[in-house]
Structure formats: C-alpha cells, structure tokens
Design a protein around this ligand. Sequence first.
Ligand code: FE2
Ligand code: FE2
Length: 392
Amino acid sequence: MGFESHEERMTEDQPESGAGAGVAVAEENTGETRVFTVGERTFVLDKKKAEEVFAAKKVINGVDTMTFNLLPLKYAWAYELYRNMKANHWEPEDIPMNVDIAQWRSTDQLTDSDRWIIRMGIGYFSAAEGIVGDNILHVIREVVTAPELKLVLGRHAHEENIHADSLLYMISSLGIDPHECEAMFVDVPSIVAKNEFVTQISKDLRRDLDMTQVENIQSLAKNMFVFGQCMEGTQFYGLFGMILSLYRQNKFPGIGQMFRYTLRDESNHIELLRQLLMHLVEENPQIWTNSFKEELVGLMQEAVSLEKKFIEDCLPVKSLGLNREDFEEYIDFIADRRLEGVGLPALNPGVKNPFPWLAETMDIKKEQNFFEGRVTDYQKSQALDPVDDDQL
Ligand SMILES: [Fe+2]
Ligand SMILES: [Fe+2]
C-alpha cells in the first residue's frame, strides 16, 4: 500500500527553496548521542532516551506525554505537511469583494441559479467547516498520541476556523441575512442528510473508549476515512466545482478566490487524514479485514448518493455551463480517486473527469501573478509544494 518506511525520513539536507523542496530532517547516530538536524537547527539527544521515545511514538496508544516532545520526529511527513500548511496561510480580508458585491446587487449580471449556488455554498459550508474542525480537535486529536500528529491536527482545526471566518466575510460583504444561512442547514433536507452522515460517525467516538479493542480502532479508522475521504475529499467537491465554474465565467471573483485557497487547504487535509489512516492501519493491521474494507467502500457509496441528491438541490434547473449530470460524474470520478488513495477498490472503474479545466483552476501554485498583493506576505520563502491533490 506504499507505506513510507521510517528510514525514508532520514534524508540529507537539501535546499529549501523552489518547487519540490522539503523539510530536511537529517539524523546521525554517533555512539551515545543522536544528532537531529531540522532545517538550520541541530539537536543533540541522548541516544538511548531518544530511541525509547521514538519507539514509544504511535498514532494511538503511544506514550502519553504532557511535554509535547516533537523530537525525535517519527512521522516526518506530518511535520512537513504542517510546514506546508503554515506557508499557505491566508486571511479572508486579503481578498477584495467589491466586484462580488456589485454583481450581487446588480439586476442583470447574475441568474437566479447563480445566486442560488452561492446561497447553497455559504449555507452548506457554514455548518460543514465547523463540523470538521470540531471532529479534528475533539475526536481525532484527543485519541492520537504522537506530538507531531497533534501539531498538524491543531493546524488543520485552525484552517477550518479560517474557512468558517471566510464564510462570515462573504455573508457580511454580500449583506445576506445570517438567519437565512442557518435556515439552509436546518431546512434543506440534502444538507441535513450530509451533515447527519458525518456527525453520527463523530458521535460514535465521543466516549472514553478502550483504544486497544479492534472495534474501537475501527471506529477511529472509519472516522478518519469518512471525514477525510468522504466528506472533505468528495462531498465538498460538488460545490467547489460549481463555484469555480461561476468563477470561470467571471462571476464572484472574490468568493471564487477564497474557495481556491480553501481547496488548496482541503487538499492538505485530505492527505493528512489519508496518511493518518494508512499509518493507523500499518500499526494495527488486525483492523484491516475484508469486511471492514467493504464497510468503508459502502460508506463512500452512501456519501456519493447523498452528494448527488445535494447536487440536484443546487442545480434544480438547467443553467449556463452547469450540467447536473456532469457534476454527478465528477463526484463518481473524485470518489474513486479517494478510494484508490487508501487502497480500496473503485466504485466506477474507468469513469472520466468531465471537467479537465477544473484542475487548472484549482492549481493555484502555477500562476505567476496569483500571489501579488497582500497574500504574498504569508507565503514564506520555505514554502513547500502543496500536496498534489490538484492533479485531477
Ligand atoms: Fe475547510
Ligand atoms: Fe478541511
């Protein structure tokens, strides 16, 4: 399944600028000491103690430390992801909304369908971002024991705060009644169904569970799969596609740009939860039974059918450049990619991506001028390549 071996993290120091640069974590064993070099910093650790700490680090049921010992890094990929996420930092106020506001107020620049998609987008994501952040912070991060995993999960939760904040910024800029947004996720049945699907999985773990029991580890694995691959990885993509279709038609440039930033963050979240799941399985192979794998595929199937109902609600009438069947096919395509990413069989092998242009719209790192303006301030010189979820 392509698990990364621990030896792979012991890479030689490498330049930290330019495409493909990574966080260098060099490690050297010299008799009684173990020397770790992380970027420009060097740490000399007692070899015996360092090895004990290293061996005691686990995704779950590892050593319980209150001191947050990041070193020695066992899950170097998590630390790299953390640095990548940090380098991509953005704030909603960096994005001008004046064109969006003018379009929203105009009587001839938008169709009813355009406005409805934006309302559905704001309504759905207002609830969804909070649900994800809460699950990351209060469920997954609580059970996970390795400090570097807690570190990156904390950043994940913070990015959900930024996304939730961006929705407030959109709502206030357009002058949408906030109660209307609340009504969307209480009254639109396809939004209620999508939210219930994930919150149920989250509730299962909100008890003091004995994490040495196979069924409890499976509950955690299910949570990581549902939130990472089904929700963030698949159920977010119907609206992402629709809003970026509007953006492509020069509608809602500010909202479109915020969703592009959000999507870049989501790519990292999907990868984080994919890696976590894979390492959890590697350390607890007894959970990865055929029946459990079938259960996960079944959950993805359920997620896809909920998403298709939601797409029907988003596109109740034919709209320019937005074809419901294409979006449904797109969801099938994305879902299979997520399944394959965790070593599970595709539901619709061979299904094609009906939106090849979307990869380019999502691929913000290739644009020369995209970071002009205030957002550039956040892009650190040591920025890593984002996880390539945008090669759709
Ligand atoms: Fe998010
Ligand atoms: Fe996310």
